[in-house]
Design a protein around this ligand. Structure first.
Ligand SMILES: NC(=O)c1ccc[n+]([C@@H]2O[C@H](COP(=O)([O-])OP(=O)(O)OC[C@H]3O[C@@H](n4cnc5c(N)ncnc54)[C@H](O)[C@@H]3O)[C@@H](O)[C@H]2O)c1
Length: 330
């Protein structure tokens, strides 16, 4: 493995800003008036599944309805997704929008990517919110200000869902890993995840009915070592995220805030394309490292993210959901 420095550009520590963040969102009037494609608000807990069936009037055909898709609804909720300018973050952001949430993507560049703009325009046409805020997860004050801003700007006065997906990858032999690169990876992948989760949780704790779902994007590399890849900083930073998830789940669970991790396997995004393009043999190596015989698609994060964000996973706390095609079972 080449002894290159961290692959993602250094996140710029943004200068302190006022609480009025500039959001990027398409501006024209929606083309469609009222598109309702999501399943509406989730049903009350006592009216789900078998209990709902037992309560219904057997003689009234109208009362024979299904509740499963409503449990996945994020109708009217407010969500933030760090690293949402592309890759897995943007996929999860779009899935949340489709499930009914007001979504804010947070990422480093001052302006969103072309990919983001096209997706946000798609959301605008459907009369839904996908906004972009430039900020760094490494800046505690900035993230606190962003979360407070989002609560106000969303018009919901709430913070319901937070996904900490911002991350960087780097490689170097452990014997001469540049310490500054090592620290930079921990700064974004571990401390940045903590700053993100805490700044969202501060807002969730302010709500009258404290509640929320926080999803930390770890990696299968937090639990296994990727064979032949010298990723000691990245892998250790992701192990730390897994343990952080358990600690935060224990501290905030009693208040009604659930914290879970997702551990993706190999998925082609900008992060992994750097390796795959420079080392074409890795496509076969990574694909044959799991029983499904392929890389994952970013869109395969949609279901698990919406499930963890929604009331469909209401008893899931402190878990790590591995989405790897089974990479780690061999
Ligand atoms: N792609 C995979 O195979 C894979 C596998 C396991 C885990 N992951 C994890 O999934 C997450 C998303 O990665 P991806 O594959 O979509 O890569 P990606 O590079 O497309 O996305 C990562 C995003 O994080 C942003 N970012 C970096 N530093 C930041 C900072 N300081 N503040 C805010 N944003 C910052 C980047 O600008 C980028 O948009 C990462 O945490 C990554 O470690 C990815």
């Amino acid at each position: 493995m080449a002894r290159s420095a961290a692959i993602r550009p250094a996140p710029l520590a943004s200068a302190a800003r006022s609480n009025n963040f500039v959001t990027w969102a398409p501006t024209s009037e929606p083309k469609l008036s009222a598109v309702q494609q999501n399943p509406g608000p989730p049903p009350p807990v006592e009216n789900i599944g078998v209990d709902a069936v037992l309560r219904q009037n057997v003689n009234d055909p109208e009362s024979h309805t299904t509740t499963i898709f409503q449990e996945f609804s994020l109708e009217g909720q407010t969500a933030v997704v760090t690293g949402g300018n592309g890759g897995l973050g943007l996929e999860m952001a779009l899935a949340f929008v489709e499930a009914g949430a007001h979504v804010y993507a947070i990422d480093v560049p001052e302006q969103p990517s072309e990919e983001f703009k096209i997706v946000a325009e798609h959301c605008r046409i459907m009369n839904r919110d996908l906004k972009y805020i430039s900020a760094s997860v490494t800046d505690d004050k900035e993230m606190n200000d962003v979360m407070a801003f989002v609560v106000k700007d969303s018009g919901t006065d709430s913070m319901d869902i937070c996904v900490a997906a911002a991350g960087i990858l780097g490689t170097a032999d452990a014997l001469d890993y540049p310490v500054d690169d090592f620290k930079r990876i921990f700064d974004v992948n571990t401390t940045g995840v903590f700053i993100t989760a805490r700044s969202a949780a501060i807002q969730m704790h302010k709500q009258k009915n404290v509640s929320g779902s926080i999803i930390l994007i770890a990696s299968m590399s937090g639990s296994i070592v990727n064979r032949d890849h010298h990723w000691v900083a990245y892998n250790a930073s992701k192990s730390a995220v897994l343990q952080m998830g358990r600690n935060l789940a224990a501290e905030w669970g009693p208040k009604g805030i659930r914290v879970n991790c997702i551990s993706p396997g190999h998925i082609r995004t900008r992060m992994t394309s750097v390796y795959l393009d420079a080392n074409p043999h890795l496509l076969v190596k990574w694909s044959t490292s799991n029983p499904l015989g392929r890389l994952g698609r970013s869109s395969e994060m949609r279901g698990v993210a919406v499930w963890l964000a929604s009331s469909a996973s209401s008893f899931c706390n402190g878990s790590d959901i591995v989405v790897s095609g089974g990479h780690q079972i061999w």
